[in-house]
Design a protein. Sequence first.
Length: 277
Amino acid sequence: MSENCNHNCSDCAENCGERTDPQSFLKQPHELSDIKKVIGVVSGKGGVGKSLVTSLLATLLQRRGHKTAILDADVTGPSIPKIFGIKDKTFASDMGWLPARTKTGIEMISVNLLLEDDTEPVVWRGPVISGVVTQFWTEVIWNDVDYMLVDMPPGTGDVPLTVFQSLPVDGIIMVTSPQELVEMIVGKAVKMAGMLDIPILGIVENMSYFECPDCGGKHNIFGESRIEVMAEKFGIDTISKIPITPDLAVLCDGGNIEQFNGAWMDNMAQRLEQLTF
């Protein structure tokens, strides 16, 4: 041990006998919370439908009898309340913040549930945004949640790192689109998950194809699907494809996503059900 040792092993490269295990950054949830599994929904870039996938999966899990919650960590681009038609603001009790509830009972928290005006931009620096996401975990009372889905902002910046290090994430679901460029960007997010030892549970390709309502033919509007190639490359065994479906857009715009019909995400819900509580 060096005579200049400050006993902070997390930032020391020395291999001495006094070294202790690296400090954990995990934050404890609110003392009244009960959360069994935490699943991150991530993407390497924006605009691929990450919030849509989060909403569909939450709705499916709730339908299958699991108590589900959504933590909207996309602080500067929150869309979850709009997709579910939540307009009432959340509020704090003497014990902590209470999440909003959707029509079917899904609990959620989002910065748009705190702002007076939904169109007000969130112009905050990274550390402030990361702090808000941490507060969503530590100060909100989550009641008996089987699956908490965390809707991440795109990329590999401050907020994804904060979530991966501060929350006990059991696994992540990658969201992508058919373009070849996305494969490179997804690779960055996959490598980040590997660096933090977080398993990838599945990959979802949104806008995968368009099925003609007249002839039933499938058309690859954004190019040939590459999800099988990516899944094999990154060792991911569960894949889902969501088509371009105008009905989904109508449901999202109207705040009625819980009314959707479609089996595109059933296998992903089944994959999450394989996780043991």
